[in-house]
Ligand binder design. Structure first.
Ligand code: FMN
Length: 150
């Protein structure tokens, strides 16, 4: 049975570096700072407040490239084929496939290369796992990580 981690959360403003890198992210604070959801990069889906689903490459962790090991742990979703402002919107994020661990890259270029690869893999995964196959979620507290099976 496919297993998903699901988080509901309101998009907070990041430090806008994502936009500079060419990969803007919707940042969501995690309540569960050390719980069952490990750090890493995931393929998944985001449901917007209007009910539409958008494929995503999602990072969970402390961004060791920029903040070292003691950075603030957060979830950052890069929505694929999407432009627009999500600030303040409450999203539901399904994490479906763990792609890799968080890495400390020695340059922005190396991070960008990894991100392009993540996006290609996440695209393939979302094509094979359409939004119609996602397990339903109820109104969980913001930032709380749930584990669901289909
Ligand atoms: C798919 C994806 C994978 C990422 N992987 C890493 C990683 O391995 N190491 C890292 O330090 N940051 C990683 N990041 C986080 C970026 O460093 C972060 O998005 C960028 O610094 C922008 O931060 P901001 O939204 O606060 O501006 C990843 C982000 C995404 C969307």
């Amino acid at each position: 049975m496919p297993e998903y981690f699901v988080v509901r959360g309101t998009v907070e403003s990041g430090d806008k570096r994502g936009r500079e890198l060419g990969f803007p992210t919707a940042n969501i604070a995690l309540r569960d700072q050390d719980g069952s959801l490990g750090d890493g990069v995931w393929a998944g889906w985001v449901r917007r407040a209007d009910g539409t689903h958008v494929p995503a490459a999602v990072s969970v962790g402390r961004r060791p490239t920029y903040y070292g090991a003691d950075g603030y742990r957060l979830l950052e979703a890069h929505l694929l084929e999407f432009t627009g402002d999500l600030y303040g919107e409450t999203l539901v994020v399904w994490l479906g496939s763990h792609l890799r661990d968080q890495e400390k890259y020695s340059s922005a270029e190396d991070l960008i290369t990894a991100l392009k690869n993540d996006i290609a893999t996440a695209t393939q995964w979302t094509l094979a796992h359409p939004a119609t196959s996602l397990p339903p979620v109820d109104e969980s507290p913001l930032g709380e990580v749930r584990r669901l099976t289909t």
